[in-house]
Design a protein around this ligand. Structure first.
Ligand code: AMP
Length: 114
């Protein structure tokens, strides 16, 4: 998608601090970090929201979760703990319509989330 900022990061048209990548996913630091570690894991392929996932995307979603795990190890937050979040649509707080798994850590998380 030409007007999707995350597709533009995938294509190298917009700068990003990429910390991890595979053939199908990339992970980069969030521009407005909400924790000492705040990384976004995205599929290279454009999928707008969680609602748009198809059964054939199951392994891609698994790869995203495994990428989040790899990032947590790489960032040294795996053992102390971290949070993964996917926001969906307006009420879910989604602002960028290319699915992304937030990986947050390096501080104590609270519950319930806002
Ligand atoms: P969400 O609100 O769940 O859609 O999350 C979108 C996230 O993308 C926010 O945390 C933003 O700070 C982050 N973000 C937006 N633009 C960029 C960018 N160009 N590079 C890195 N992170 C971004």
């Amino acid at each position: 998608m030409a007007d999707c900022i995350f597709c533009r990061i995938v294509k190298g048209e917009l700068p990003a601090q990429i910390v991890y990548e595979t053939e199908s996913v990339i992970a980069f630091r969030d521009l407005h970090a909400q924790a000492p570690t705040h990384v976004l894991v995205i599929p290279r392929r454009h999928i707008a929201t969680l609602n748009d996932l198809m059964p054939e995307d199951a392994s891609l979603m698994g790869e995203m979760v495994l990428a989040a795990q790899a990032v947590a190890h790489q960032e040294g937050i795996a053992d102390q703990g971290y949070r993964t979040i996917m926001n969906c649509n307006l009420a879910g707080g989604q602002t960028v319509y290319h699915i992304h798994l937030h990986v947050l850590g390096g501080r104590q998380m609270t519950w319930p989330p806002g």
